[in-house]
Ligand binder design. Sequence first.
Ligand code: NAD
Ligand code: 13P
Length: 422
Amino acid sequence: EKRHKVTVIGSGNWGSTISKIVAENTKEHPEIFEPEVHMWVYEEDVVIPKDSPHYDESVGDQPQKLTEVINKYHENVKYLPGIKLPSNLIANPSVVDAVKDSSILIFNLPHQFIDRVSAQIKGKIVPFARGISCIKGVHVTDEGISLFSEWIGDGLGIYCGALSGANIASEIAAEKWCGTTIAYDPHPWTARATRPPRATTPIRSSHLDSDINLSITPLADMQHKDARGRTSKTKLVPVPSEYPPLDHETFQTLFERPYFLVSMVSDVAGVSLGGALKNIVALGAGFVVGLGLGDNAKSEIIRRGLLEMIKFGKEFFKETVQPETFTVESAGVADLITSCSSGRNFRCASHAVEQGVSVAEIEVRELNGQKLQGTTTAMEVHSFLKVHNMEKDYPLFTAVNDIIEGKNTYQDLLQLINKGRH
Ligand code: NAD
Ligand code: 13P
């Protein structure tokens, strides 16, 4: 019997927190998972300050490699300070080495960096690997808009689900109770391939210790549906029968902790869009609070934001999106409320208005290398709406973008959204 090796790609505030969660669970379930979890770290130098418990007189204020510091002290001193990471979690500066032999890949990094990282590991992963994207954002190109689960899945030739919810990383790292939503279709095969995989073909991979002799259907039969219900161009390789199935139960076991309750669903589009679009709304909420307009105004922004999120899902992902995902799941309304209360996008937006500077300036000044997702998402969604000549149908998204881009001031916000009110 084989076990799944798990790798987390990303090690920021949320990447490190999710790594902690999955490493706690792989250790408790060695019958399903290899206990050791690799976390890919974008290598950088860090200086440990004198008042840190990890300050070493012999090193002084010499810069040290972040991976070495994490593996020595079991703490991500830059992106998740003060939180003890499990000792079976290994920081790895090489993404190619980190994903080697892994059948479960968890993508958890700011969305602006995913393309480069995907390109590095393309063709170097286990062919039957499955992914879970924890990235909050959407991918916009000249050809259109896609979810990161789709973008990663198509790019790497694997199936990829999504995890999103009302999940402020620092609270979860401190093991404060909350919920989350994981969207994953365990049977994504199209009608042509509903039968269990048959014909015998050995899978050969230079990234596995040995060839796996497993039964698979000819590749042409293994088409599967993407998050929009269309036949994906990716030919999916089934998980060999020697491994535990990669189904809802396995993913729930991998992610659920007593302080982190997982709701498993199949609506990958709804969960992914919830996580991406709420960041635009959180900027809007930050603007009204920064303007001193108070809680009623903030709630009105949340209400209008929710309407635009549902409308966007129905308009562009109508084949599969379920509006209830936005209204009942942690990935929907709960994340919206959390993000508009204490999320980084909300906080940076309100501070920017109070100080009369750009959100980008506050991001650099206050976040110590952490990255906002709302500003880029607002611009990406706007460029997509513009192509469809639909900016006016989304007055809040459009107003947030126009303010971020400097076409309007913070003080213009209400006038802009009143024009096209819902
Ligand atoms: P972060 O903003 O805390 O950290 C930034 C990360 O980017 C660091 O790991 C840094 O090493 C890395 N980085 C910097 N330059 C890079 C480069 N050129 N290439 C690759 N990596 C580089 O990140 P995060 O909070 O872990 O965010 C990851 C995703 O999780 C985002 O999509 C975010 O929306 C989502 N998310 C965050 C939270 C949260 O509370 N932090 C909660 C839920 C979801
Ligand atoms: P921020 O990136 O705005 O901090 O939001 C975190 C988050 O997604 C909470 O669910």
